[in-house]
Design a protein around this ligand. Structure first.
Ligand code: GUN
Length: 166
């Protein structure tokens, strides 16, 4: 069930269901674009931004994109973002305003990292922003397959199985 306040933001901000889980609304797409940036197939906007909302009974499944993604905290509870980096390392990020307990109001997930997110244990929902440059295109968006990701990050198999849908 979606908490009342989260439903308020979903309705007011006209958010749509995201294939990775959660809700989103694109809020910015630069008028300008760049043709064939490195590793991209075709033209991309210089930059894009979204609102993203996640509730406790849902999660954003492991996926990757080709741009760095900057996350911004807006409202609600803290968000944990799990990053599996191209060098094989794992980083647990905490987005939020509880600075004494390791949360950060902004953070960056590196281009090509696999990442997944969930509302912190025992908490309810959160509203954040995500900006990327070059801009987001579903062409560059890849959902993880748990078996393949598990082969590359064997020590993280429990986390991967919990936060994938394929
Ligand atoms: N636009 C649609 N989906 C996404 C996403 O997952 N991230 C960003 N930054 N923009 C999007």
């Amino acid at each position: 069930m979606v908490p009342e306040k989260a439903q308020y933001y979903i309705d007011q901000l006209q958010m749509l269901k995201h294939p990775e889980g959660g809700w989103y609304k694109e809020t910015y797409r630069s008028f300008g674009s760049i043709s064939e940036p490195d590793c991209f197939d075709g033209k991309r906007s210089y930059s894009t931004g979204i609102y993203f909302l996640l509730t406790k009974d849902n999660f954003s499944a492991f996926h990757r994109i080709k741009s760095d993604e900057m996350w911004h905290f807006y409202a609600g509870d803290g968000l944990t973002i799990h990053e599996l980096k191209t060098d094989g390392s794992y980083v647990k990020h905490q987005l939020g305003l509880d600075l004494e307990n390791g949360e950060q109001p902004q953070l960056v997930i590196a281009a090509k990292s696999w990442f997944a997110s969930e509302v912190k244990k025992g908490e309810s929902w959160c509203l954040v922003g995500c900006t990327v440059s070059p801009g987001f295109d579903f062409e560059d968006f890849e959902m993880a397959d748990s078996a393949t990701l598990g082969e590359n990050f064997a020590p993280m198999i429990g986390l991967i199985n919990r936060l994938t849908r394929n």
